[in-house]
Design a protein around this ligand. Structure first.
Ligand SMILES: [Zn+2]
Length: 674
């Protein structure tokens, strides 16, 4: 979804794409089980069947997992922080003032409704003032720092082949639907969505007080053209394909796109001089510039009006917000009811001043003990990984040596940043939501372009501390675990080790493994896109990753709807390898303890797999499942359990599963990589 909160940080792959009242207990409740199911036939049903039955999805959600429950519990904690901040009368520029007033402004629906579409006025005036298509670069340069995007992506991030340097990046973008496939697929489901999208655009124009005949149809046409010249998500997984570097001089004069006045675009954004640009999709830029000759000025004005309206839809009137919900959450995801205002306002503060809010969050909700325990697990996992690498029968000693160098170089961060980004100068008031957001966007933009020419900031984080997620950054070769994920069901000081290693332990293994998946394995120990494999070993590795692509492509999630094995391969490799490493790290740590007693009648091996399944237990709407199959690089929760476990002899042994049973992958199908 196009959003005014678009994050420009270049991240590695996260653990899940997005998360959204109850506290969860530690350990593994036996009520999660469905004892009528057979663990060797369908382990997900066996270990999550009870959970699914007793945790129906609330009407405000489109996916409801134990993951989401943790995120929701965090929202309740954040609400208490924001309520206190809002009445704190803290000095201007302090974190309390900034987030408290932003929260108040988001709650003040009376003012938002009274203002109507007025706050959009100056932006609309700029768009209406366009006299020729040649003026579009200047318009975009003026609007981009305020958060109004469109057409293509622009950000400053680490150069994939020079990990000590930030560089300007340009790439495809400009779509209002979540993926190019929504425009290009000819099945009934997608045709219906496109028709709804056209209707939605027309309603939004009218709610914003803009008269623009057939705006929806014209925008769909233009976006379909953009979709046609866009790379698919699978193509974009190849970091070599998306790395096209030009000197500034070559870029400006390139015949494919010199017709667009880039110099003016960058100058208006006050981007400092730079030596080079990295283009993700040169064909896209070429096609986009060609489109300026194909559509009249009136269509371009309509396109940018839509960018402004759509991006601001959650900070305008309640009617606009409701309409935005009914399309993006309703039509696309199957959500029935909007979340309450306070929760949407928490989302808004998280999405705008998330790191500032995080400073307050970790003061109350961060445990140094959890950090200590997780740091220890990271080192145990590193040892387990090293042993596995050295014992691989398909890899040469030469490549193993390089893999070990990379493994030893992994950096990790736990909890929250040591240095916070400074938002103290941003003007935020309790009754000017639209202007607040523009001010935050301008500051965020400034922080981004200031990086050009500066050394890479080692303290920078790509997630806020309160986020229930984790990530790997290939360019930094580091794994990061925010405070938000160091809680049940991932980690609890009261849980037995088997549950914790099946939870946060496997998550740590998962993030490590992104450094060795189809994409991360192309980056070296210092974060450069640079080959450290022998040709023969790379070939053998790709034979194995091809097997995992095939294996997941056979998972049918709905009638005739299959997992996209190619799109999800990185995550699936990370799940399989991560679980394996966590299993052996746990085994090593238990070795000196003698006989490990049963808990609730289950062995530690069995409980380890319960821990993993608990994390992925979920209910999901059919529409959301369809949307995620097209857009999510992760397989659905059920397949994230069935896939890796069927490949693991450690699992078969734990539950006495024998060849021929569905949870035992046959020879020839079974995948082992790391
Ligand atoms: Zn991941």
């Amino acid at each position: 979804m196009s959003s005014i909160f678009k994050n420009s940080l270049l991240l590695g792959a996260g653990l899940l794409l997005s998360v959204q009242l109850q506290a969860q207990t530690s350990g593994f409740p036996l009520t999660n089980l469905d004892p009528t199911a057979d663990p060797c036939t369908n382990f997900y049903q066996y270990a999550a069947g009870g959970w699914m039955k007793t945790n129906p999805m609330p009407a405000t959600e489109s996916r409801w997992g134990s993951f989401n429950m943790l995120a929701k519990a965090n929202d309740v904690k954040i609400r208490a922080i924001l309520d206190a901040a809002a009445v704190s009368k803290a000095a201007k520029g302090t974190p309390e003032q900034l987030v408290g007033d932003m929260y108040m402004a988001a709650l003040d629906t009376a003012t938002l409704d009274k203002l109507g579409a007025k706050p959009l006025g100056p932006i609309m005036a700029d768009i209406n003032a366009l006299k020729t298509i040649k003026e579009i670069p200047a318009l975009m340069g003026k609007l981009r720092p305020m958060g109004v995007g469109g057409l293509f992506s622009f950000y400053v991030g680490i150069d994939a082949k020079d990990s000590e340097t930030y560089r300007v990046h340009l790439g495809q973008g400009g779509l209002g639907l979540p993926d190019r496939d929504y425009y290009l697929k000819m099945d009934d489901e997608n045709k219906k969505i496109r028709a709804e999208y056209v209707k939605h655009i027309d309603i939004m124009f009218s709610l914003a007080g803009q008269k623009d005949a057939k705006a929806g149809e014209r925008i769909l046409n233009m976006e379909t053209e953009l979709a046609k010249i866009s790379m698919s998500r699978v193509e974009r997984r190849d970091p070599d394909k998306t790395y096209n570097k030009y000197t500034a001089e070559d870029f400006y004069s390139h015949p494919d796109w010199a017709a667009f006045n880039w110099m003016e675009f960058f100058t208006l954004m006050m981007v400092p001089d730079f030596d080079a640009v990295i283009v993700g999709q040169p064909d896209f830029l070429k096609g986009m510039v060609a489109m300026f000759d194909q559509y009249p000025l009136a269509d371009w004005k309509t396109y940018f009006r839509w960018q402004a309206i759509n991006g601001a839809s959650s900070i305008m009137t309640r009617a606009m917000e409701r309409e935005n919900f009914s399309f993006y959450r309703g039509v696309l995801s199957g959500t029935q009811v909007m979340k309450p205002r306070w929760e949407r306002s928490v989302d808004l503060v998280n999405g705008s001043l998330g790191e500032t809010l995080g400073q307050l969050f970790v003061k109350e909700h961060f445990s140094p003990e959890a950090k200590k325990k997780v740091s220890q697990m990271v080192e145990e996992l590193r040892v387990a990984y090293g042993k596995r690498i050295m014992a691989l029968d398909w890899m040469s000693d030469e490549t193993k040596k390089m893999a070990m160098v990379k493994l030893a170089a992994f950096n990790y961060k736990i909890g929250y940043p040591e240095v916070w980004k400074d938002y103290s100068m941003v003007d935020v008031k309790p009754n000017t939501l639209f202007v607040n957001m523009q001010n935050v966007n301008k500051r965020r933009f400034q922080l981004m372009i200031e990086k050009i020419g500066q050394p890479v900031d080692k303290n920078e984080w790509g997630m806020t501390p309160q986020t229930v997620n984790a990530y790997y950054s290939a360019s930094r070769n580091e794994i990061v675990f925010p405070a938000g994920i160091l809680q049940p069901p991932f980690y609890s000081p009261d849980s037995d080790d088997a549950i914790n290693y099946g939870g946060i332990g496997a998550v740590i293994g998962h993030e490590f493994s992104h450094g060795f998946d189809d994409k991360g394995s192309k980056f070296d120990a210092v974060g450069n896109l640079s080959n450290w494999w022998t040709d023969k070993d790379r070939e053998l590795f790709e034979k194995r990753t091809k097997q995992i692509v095939d294996q997941y492509s056979r998972f049918e999630v709905l009638d005739s709807l299959y997992v996209n094995g190619a799109l999800t391969q990185g995550e699936n490799i990370a799940d399989l390898a991560g679980l394996t490493m966590a299993y052996y790290a746990l085994k090593n740590s238990l070795e000196s303890r003698g006989e490990i007693p049963l808990i609730d009648g289950f062995t530690w091996q069995q409980r380890f797999f319960f821990g993993w399944t608990h994390v992925w237990s979920q209910n999901i709407s059919e529409k959301e499942l369809r949307r995620r199959i097209l857009t999510d690089s992760h397989a659905p929760g059920k397949e994230r359990v069935l896939g890796p476990l069927a490949n693991m002899p450690e699992f078969w042994e734990a539950f006495n599963c024998t060849p021929g049973m569905p949870m035992v992958a046959e020879d020839g199908v079974r995948v082992t990589i790391w």
